[in-house]
Design a protein around this ligand. Sequence first.
Ligand code: SF4
Ligand code: SF4
Length: 431
Amino acid sequence: MPNVYNWQIGREMSYPHEERHPEWQFAFVFNPNRCIGCQTCTMACKSTWTFSKGEELMWWNNVESKPFGGYPQHWDAKLLAMLEQANPGKQVWDARHTEAEKKPFGTFDGMTIFEAAEQKPRPDGPQAALGYLPSDEEWTAPNIHEDTSTGGLFKKDGQFGGSTQLPEHKVWFFHLARICNHCTYPGCLASCPRNAIYKRPEDGIVLIDQSRCRGYRKCVEGCPYKKAMYRPSTRTSEKCIGCFPRIEGKDKTISPTGAPAETRCMAACVGKIRLQGLVKIDEQGAWAKDPKNPLYYLIRERQVALPLYPQFGTEPNGFYIPPRWVPRDYLTQMFGPGVKQAIEQYSCPDRELLAVLQLFRAQQQIIFRFDIEKGPKVAEIEVTMPDGQSKTQEIFNDTVIGFNKLDEEVVRITIEEPTFERPKEAHLNSI
Ligand code: SF4
Ligand code: SF4
């Protein structure tokens, strides 16, 4: 197999196809610290794309409660166990040597799904990526174990014991919102024997060509995140299409000038946990340095948002700000060795980071550039840091301004929420 470079695991790895990169890459940051599990995103997606016959159990966007929930059930625990079986005791990171561009989290010394598949040919031939086909039952009940917590000690009276203090809670769960990660090295694409799956050169969105697909379900098996799904009524596989008409700027109700818009799930998010965008890819296939792009800033510049299971090796383009109350060893196996630093920054954001965090769900158009206008100091608060120490955070009423692809100003938000006084004339309440 050819070798490709994966910055998330800090090394080259084998992949069934030659290295090739799009001009821009669809990417997003989700902040589980803010997700309330309302499923508005889930329904926005379903009512747009998967409401037809044969798609009843198909949820391109889902929100599962960790640690017990999953769609399909136990998708991550099952694959982690398969990788551990393929490479016992060696699925580990070496986080001692880091380089901002090439290996920001150090190096993953274990096996990716592509490397593990090479080591483990099956009776029916080698897989392109280590994976499995979930059972029909595992695809049902997408929200099973919703809001079910773990940890803590049961006292004699049946009440949960343990701490409810930060930095970590002993009794915990969190909502993990998920869509297709439009991976740089997709497991679905690698696994398709019909070459029916492709990555768009203009934005890196991964699509299944329905006219080529024959429903072998190898993509369902090979996607580690289980975001390729089978539709029995057409006998083909389907997956998230990144709402590409919106990304292409086709929705003139959102941008009359034709600038790209966020996907439906992002635009509908009630908790303001989502920020989606496009990052520029340079000629070598790396992220072009662009610290004024909010996604580049959060992911590459500040490393406050981390990839989901980077050790799988697909270089997913979905990133998460780890929930700060969750035990660190759980988060580290899920988001890699960057967890401690990410939580430290998020717990007490500096002036610039706090301003950029305001851009989440501030606008339906994709923000390509931000600017900050400085304002006066308005508060000082005491924050409990992850090491238990307290730190003083200074808050300034800065204004963050977002610009679309055409460099038009599309949003302007202050840190301090403004108050408005109603005019004196009568206002009748309506029901
Ligand atoms: S998340 Fe799965 S379906 Fe989406 S691009 Fe990656 S491997 Fe393919
Ligand atoms: S709409 Fe936003 S807050 Fe609600 S479940 Fe989805 S990601 Fe979470």
